[in-house]
Structures are given as structure tokens and as C-alpha cells.
Design a protein around this ligand. Structure first.
Ligand SMILES: Cc1cc2nc3c(=O)[nH]c(=O)nc-3n(C[C@H](O)[C@H](O)[C@H](O)COP(=O)(O)OP(=O)(O)OC[C@H]3O[C@@H](n4cnc5c(N)ncnc54)[C@H](O)[C@@H]3O)c2cc1C
Length: 385
């Protein structure tokens, strides 16, 4: 049967699109082409219950490896527990669930050299045609978005004694503030197994892996946790968007090709997290009765541009974080934010802020100098280089 849809890159976004389509149409002739040896590489993706609708959480259920009913935040002047469920999906589980659903419709260890609206060319010269193609090859880089960075390294550790946590700590900012806003993120997978990540909202993307590993070891010691073994690690450098030119981002091509995930700027501007947007895009694509390249391209570009327009306020907050606050005082912005009501915090992360929320976030004694905050009001649409 002729291939209807090629998904280039078997990362989070394209795996979810494939999985969502195949739930409705198990025999659909699609093809996932991934250069790695499995779907999803090496990631632990997490999301709040409130990021997704009930229907979306239901179809994501088989991919979820851990769920906690609340999570904690720790700042020098504030401790807070929020009763919003938190979920993790691992790349191993993604592969275990999605690869069997694909059966023979997956090519692993296969690098794509060229992507066009009607097909792809592999690095070995083989050409594969299809009615439509979705480019999900991850963050394209480039200089069209003006960005800061959320960079982190996490260790999967086994502890000698139980850690005593009731749920995840999404931000522990009681640690020394260096290289921007620094916090430690801990996901307790069992009483003695956890992922501990040292995280920075930094100006520069460079990741000093050894320094972050030591940061995690020091943090564990301060919690009286004895690390008996480390079974693995994961690291990332995610874009935090301050401004930029979304049209130029899309114009750079490949021309006329639909995009998903980070490749299409489908991520939360303040966290760089893309799972909720990937779920929404998968829903929308799976509902299309007939895949056609122009239609898919227009749908994904329009969606990305709409997301950009809707998230201008987040970029303003990001500019205040990166440009108005001194790097080592950035934590104050988050410390103040986490004094706001639960509902507002949920709407912030799910991208559903009401105009009253937007006012509420900004009123009161600003945690940054007013004259610097005012300079952040204007967004630069010029590329940053
Ligand atoms: C370690 C880490 C943890 C993260 N945690 C979270 C989280 O908790 N929650 C959240 O929402 N977001 C998280 N993110 C951010 C974001 O959601 C992820 O980066 C996510 O994986 C992006 O999905 P994607 O499909 O756009 O890209 P990717 O998942 O990066 O997938 C792109 C795929 O394309 C493949 N590829 C690239 N080029 C080619 C080619 N030429 N030919 C064939 N294949 C190719 C790659 O091998 C890769 O598998 C995390 C990111 C990282 C790095």
C-alpha cells in the first residue's frame, strides 16, 4: 500500500501523532523514520494533570509510568504544596507502547537527508514518496528566536535509605543561586529511587556536566540522602523565548513541509516543555480525514503562529526574568509567583491564563526594578543575531 504519511524523527511529538492516528485507524499506511535505535531517545517527560483535558489524559494513560497526586515547591521564603497531579512518561515506555502499534511501519537507525512535502531522501540515497510529510526532527536551532536557556542534568539514583518525600519537588530553590535562577528538581519513583536534576535558567547554553553532577551530590548530602548507585543520567538545554520572528522561523524551510514538536515551535515559552502541545497537535492531526501535504503544512504553521500570538504575555514575563532581574535574584520572580492562587498557577502552565490572571501576576510590589521592567515591555521581532 502507498505510504500516506511520513513522520520524520521518532521523538516525542511524532510518536504521539503516530500513536494517536493508529488508535483510531490501526491499519493506516504511515511510516516513522528515526535515526536513533529506539523511539524517544533518552527522556523523562512530565506534565501536570491540568495541562491536558480528561480525554487527553485517558489516551496518554498507557504511556504514563508514574503519577503523583501533588507536588512541592521550596524557596528561601516560601514552602508550598500544590494539589495538582503530576505525571511522567519515559522514552522506554513510549517505545514499548508505540513501536508494537507501528509494527513494520517504523525504520530505526535511518537518517533522513532531505525532506520535501511529497517525500524524503535518506542519507543512503533511497527516496520514499508519500502524500504528506511531517518534520519532527527536534529543535532546529537558528537565530530567529531570541532565547534564554533552561539547562539541566539529572541523575537516576538509588538511595541507601528512603528519601521520605511524599511527592515530587518541582523546584527547590533553597540551593546556592549561581548561573541564573537555579533549582533542584526531584522525582521520587519509589522510596529509594529518584531522578534528581540540577537546573538553571541561564543566559548561556553551555552545560558543565561535571559541575552539575557535583551539585546533585552536594544537594543529596544536604538532604541526608546517601546515594548508593547511579543508574543513568539525562540532560537538556531548552529554549526560553524572549522574542523573535515566528514568520522567519517558519520561512527557513524546508518549504511547504508540516512540522511538529520543537521543530514547529510547539512548546511552552517559559519552561521549554512541549508535551502538552504535542498531545494537542496529535489530537488535531488524528482528526483529519484525509492527509494532504498543503493542508497539513498550513494547519501546523497556522497553529504555531496562533500559539505564538497567544503567548506574547509569557515572553514579556520571560524578558523580565532574563533582562530586568539580576541573574542571582531571578528566583524572587518564581518565589513571588508561587504565592499566587492554585488555579492561576495551573492556568499558567496549561497556557490558559485569563486576562484577570495576567493583571494579578503583575500587580503588587515588583520583584525587579521598575525602570528595568518597563524596558521589557517592547518585544523585539528582529532575529537575535
Ligand atoms: C532530557 C529532557 C527532558 C525533558 N523533559 C521534559 C518534560 O518533563 N516535559 C516536557 O513537556 N518537555 C520536556 N522536555 C522538552 C521537550 O518536550 C523535549 O525536548 C521533547 O523530546 C521534544 O519533542 P520533539 O518530538 O519535538 O523532539 P525530540 O523528542 O527531540 O525528537 C526528535 C527526533 O528526531 C530524530 N531526528 C533528528 N534528525 C533526524 C534525521 N535527520 N533523520 C531521522 N531522525 C532524526 C531524533 O533522533 C529524535 O528522536 C525535555 C527535554 C529534554 C532534552
Amino acid at each position: 500500500m502507498k505510504t500516506e504519511l511520513i513522520l520524520v524523527g521518532g521523538g516525542l511529538a511524532n510518536s504521539l501523532i503516530a500513536y494517536r492516528i493508529l488508535r483510531e485507524r490501526p491499519d493506516f499506511p504511515l511510516l516513522v523514520v528515526e535515526r536513533g535505535s529506539s523511539l524517544g531517545a533518552n527522556h523523562t517527560w512530565s506534565f501536570h494533570d491540568s495541562d491536558l483535558t480528561g480525554d487527553q489524559r485517558r489516551w496518554m494513560e498507557p504511556l504514563i509510568t508514574h503519577r503523583w497526586s501533588n507536588h512541592e515547591l521550596r524557596f528561601p521564603g516560601r514552602l508550598r504544596t500544590i494539589n495538582d497531579g503530576y505525571n511522567s512518561v519515559t522514552s522506554e515506555r513510549l517505545h514499548e507502547v508505540v513501536a508494537p502499534a507501528l509494527g513494520g511501519r517504523i525504520r530505526l537507525g535511518t537518517e533522513v537527508a532531505e525532506v520535501t512535502p511529497g517525500g524524503i531522501v535518506l542519507t543512503n540515497g533511497e527516496r520514499i514518496d508519500a502524500r504528506a510529510v511531517i518534520d519532527g526532527r527536534g529543535d532546529p536551532g537558528g537565530s530567529y528566536l531570541d532565547i534564554g536557556f533552561q539547562k539541566f542534568l539529572g541523575l537516576f539514583v538509588r538511595l541507601a535509605e528512603p528519601h521520605g518525600l511524599a511527592g515530587p519537588i518541582l523546584m527547590d530553590a533553597t540551593v546556592e543561586q549561581v548561573d541564573g535562577y537555579r533549582f533542584v528538581y526531584t522525582l521520587p519513583f519509589s522510596n529509594t529511587v529518584a531522578l534528581i536534576e540540577d537546573t538553571y535558567y541561564a543566559d548561556e547554553p553551555h552545560l558543565d556536566r561535571q559541575r552539575l553532577r557535583s551539585g546533585i551530590e552536594d544537594y543529596a548530602k544536604k538532604q541526608d540522602w546517601v546515594i548508593s548507585s547511579v543508574s543513568g543520567e539525562e540532560a537538556g538545554v531548552l529554549p526560553i523565548v524572549l522574542g523573535g520572528d515566528i514568520d522567519a522561523f517558519w520561512d527557513v524551510g524546508p518549504e511547504g513541509v508540516a512540522r511538529s514538536g520543537m521543530r514547529g515551535a510547539f512548546f511552552h515559552p517559559t519552561t521549554g516543555y512541549s508535551l502538552p502541545e504535542a498531545v494537542r497537535l496529535a489530537d488535531e492531526i488524528a482528526a483529519i480525514p484525509d492527509f494532504e501535504s498543503t493542508l497539513l503544512f498550513e494547519l501546523t504553521r497556522r497553529r504555531s503562529e496562533e500559539l505564538w500570538r497567544r503567548t506574547g504575555y509569557y515572553r514579556l514575563l520571560n524578558r523580565m526574568l532574563y533582562r530586568a532581574a539580576e541573574p542571582e535574584l531571578r528566583f524572587r520572580i518564581f518565589e513571588r509567583f508561587y504565592g499566587l492562587p492554585d488555579g492561576l498557577i495551573r492556568r499558567f502552565y496549561s497556557g490558559q491564563l485569563k486576562w484577570t490572571d495576567k493583571v494579578r501576576v503583575l500587580i503588587g510590589k515588583p520583584p525587579v526594578p521598575v525602570h528595568r521592567a518597563l524596558r521589557c515591555l517592547t518585544e523585539s521581532h528582529r532575529p537575535n543575531k
